[in-house]
Design a protein around this ligand. Structure first.
Ligand code: ARG
Length: 407
């Protein structure tokens, strides 16, 4: 009988390498490995070579950076996506993309199952499983880490016994997940929320103590909500993100340390570096304030919040997200223009903005005598606007003066 085929999301790290062998041996299956480049900055060729050495039936190296940007990061920018007002959902965004590629490969290869390295405590398992199941109900999802109960030491021992190369860096106490939208660092001393993250956890951002003593300005141009120019030079959003990442990181912008509510009910302390996301999201949100009406803005806040929660909680595939995207895309038609930011000592401060769709009208807003705003109209407006409040207080005063009979 032919062996079962399992498609594995393979990063080239120790965990997924052990998993590769584990699936071959424990599940007596053939493994097809898939590695996506979502801008994590790893050597794709070295990863592929490692996979072949571990005896895969086939391997797929997929450069998914452009697709990640256009299909996932840009929608997140348009939605001002920050989970709990803080985390730019960087890891959350990559999961549905990786999952959809696993399904694509599984269907092409006629595999019966797909496998990922998520633990049973995290958010990522939820995102992978729901996306995979939505796209193909017949595929089995295997997550050995949820079952194998190996400590780090046991895993290294198992690796050595089964010919899995153990990298010298295997003793890093941290679990890192990174892509072009952000970098997440977990585990080790970071599990103690009262302890400041040691500087060694940061790789993309300079410590404030070492940032330049001169501020640096960047101007980000947007077209229909997507960033498309930097300092007046048009470029792809991918290139722009890569450039801003470096500039903002140099100024120590984008370190995030917060308490996060996970999908599975736990609270966890999460540390991120997201220099480009921090700058771009700030710029985008500022531009929206200039071009959207007050009513659009107030309503969009709720939509944006829902969008971030759906994305974080693994419901990228839910039809609600598609419906929210339709609303958001409509609002973005006028999100055009430029936002200037000042980067200095860990801060990204918006210092200017302009747009052909600006609703700001100087002749209305100016305090100069020469204004088109009719100040006399304010009197009647205030009377009606405040009517419910003033009415309530009139009653309250009366009640105080003449207490109710039965009181
Ligand atoms: N807390 C983040 C999320 O749920 C990051 C998860 C992955 N991080 C990691 N270091 N393995 O989206």
């Amino acid at each position: 009988m032919a062996k079962k085929k399992v498609v594995l999301a393979y990063s080239g790290g120790l965990d997924t390498s052990v998993m590769l062998k584990w699936i071959q041996e424990q599940y007596e299956s053939d493994v097809i490995s898939v590695t996506l480049d979502v801008g994590q900055g790893k050597d794709m060729e070295a990863i592929e070579e490692k996979a072949w050495k571990l005896g895969v039936l086939n391997h797929y190296s997929i450069d998914a950076k452009e697709e990640f940007v256009s299909g996932y990061v840009v929608p997140a920018i348009k939605a001002n996506a920050l989970y709990m007002d803080t985390y730019p959902v960087s890891s959350s965004l990559s999961r549905p993309l990786i999952a959809s590629k696993l399904v694509e490969v599984a269907e092409k290869e006629g595999a019966q199952a797909v496998a990922h390295r998520c633990t049973g405590k995290g958010n990522d398992q939820v995102r992978f499983d729901i996306t995979i199941k939505s796209l193909n109900q017949d595929l089995e999802v295997i997550a050995p880490v949820r079952e194998w109960n190996m400590t780090r030491d046991k895993e290294i021992e198992w690796a050595k016994e089964h010919g899995v190369p153990v990298p010298v860096t295997a003793d890093s106490p941290y679990s890192v997940d990174q892509n072009l939208w952000g970098r997440s660092i977990e585990c080790g001393v970071l599990e103690h929320p009262d302890v400041e993250p040691p500087s060694e956890v940061y790789e993309w951002t300079a410590p404030i103590e070492e940032t330049p003593d001169e501020p640096e300005y960047v101007t980000i141009g947007f077209e229909e909500g997507a960033p498309t120019s930097l300092n007046g030079v048009k470029m792809s959003t991918l290139e722009l993100i890569e450039k801003v990442q470096i500039i903002a990181g140099k100024h120590g912008v984008g370190r995030i340390d917060h308490m996060e509510d996970r999908i599975v009910g736990l609270k966890s302390r999460e540390v991120y570096e997201a220099p480009a996301a921090t700058v771009i999201l700030k710029a985008h949100a500022d531009l929206e304030k200039m071009v959207l009406t007050r009513h659009e803005k107030l309503f969009k806040r709720h939509v944006d919040h829902e969008w971030a929660v759906l994305t974080y909680t693994g419901l990228w595939m839910d039809p609600l997200k598609e419906a929210l995207d339709a609303f958001i895309d409509k609002t973005q038609e006028r999100v055009m223009g430029e936002v200037k930011l000042k980067l200095f000592k860990g801060n990204a401060q918006v210092v200017g903005r302009s747009s052909p769709f600006s609703l700001y009208d100087l002749s209305l807003a100016t305090y100069d005598i020469d204004t088109t705003f009719d100040q006399k109209a304010a009197v009647g407006f205030i009377e009606l606007w405040g009517l419910p409040t003033v009415t309530a207080w009139t009653l309250k005063k009366k009640a105080k003066a003449a207490p109710l009979l039965h009181a």
